[in-house]
Write a protein that binds this ligand. Structure first.
Ligand code: RP5
Length: 164
């Protein structure tokens, strides 16, 4: 199976991104985690991205905050899908990160999830890998059923408390 690489602009992004690691582990998807900055280590960002396909990577997840150019910079040097996670910042609550990540020029797409949307980034990566992997697709179906069961259980509890 191809692996997923999670790249963060700083180790300060790690607490937000931990659900992504957990989700990939839950689906048995091999993954690596790196701290590489579009601004502080731009050469390493280019090197990782340019070599990612040859290194067995299927999807890149890039998380960054503030002037969050990491996902776009990685997308510039690869034809692999890049999923961007805008990290909530203190000054603008993540709107700065969201716009920096999502507003890519035509020709270089970044699939941007919600601010701090680490779990959805991982699920989207799994869904991309599942295009050509029946077992992974089956695991995703089971995950959806489990989510529906959990909502049904909450519904039953609320109805029992408040009637109807
Ligand atoms: C971004 O700046 C990082 O992705 C992080 O979200 C933010 C702050 O980084 P640190 O100053 O905590 O290293 O590049």
């Amino acid at each position: 199976m191809k692996k997923v690489i999670i790249v963060m602009g700083s180790d300060s992004d790690l607490p937000v991104m931990e659900p992504a690691m957990k989700t990939l582990a839950d689906f048995g998807v091999p993954h690596e985690v790196r701290v590489i900055s579009a601004h502080r280590t731009p050469e390493e960002a280019h090197r990782l991205s340019a070599n990612a396909r040859a290194d067995g990577v299927g999807v890149i997840i890039a998380a960054a905050g503030k002037a969050a150019h990491l996902a776009g910079v990685l997308a510039a040097s690869t034809t692999l899908p890049v999923i961007g996670v805008p990290i909530k910042s203190s000054a603008f609550g993540g709107l700065d990160s969201l716009l920096s990540t999502v507003q890519m020029p035509a020709g270089v797409p970044v699939a941007t999830v919600a601010v701090d949307g680490a779990q959805n980034a991982a699920l989207l990566a799994v869904q991309m890998l599942a295009i050509c992997d029946g077992q992974l697709a089956e695991a995703l179906s089971e995950h959806k059923l489990a989510m529906a069961d959990s909502v049904a259980a909450k519904d039953a509890k609320v109805r029992a408390s408040y009637g109807k």
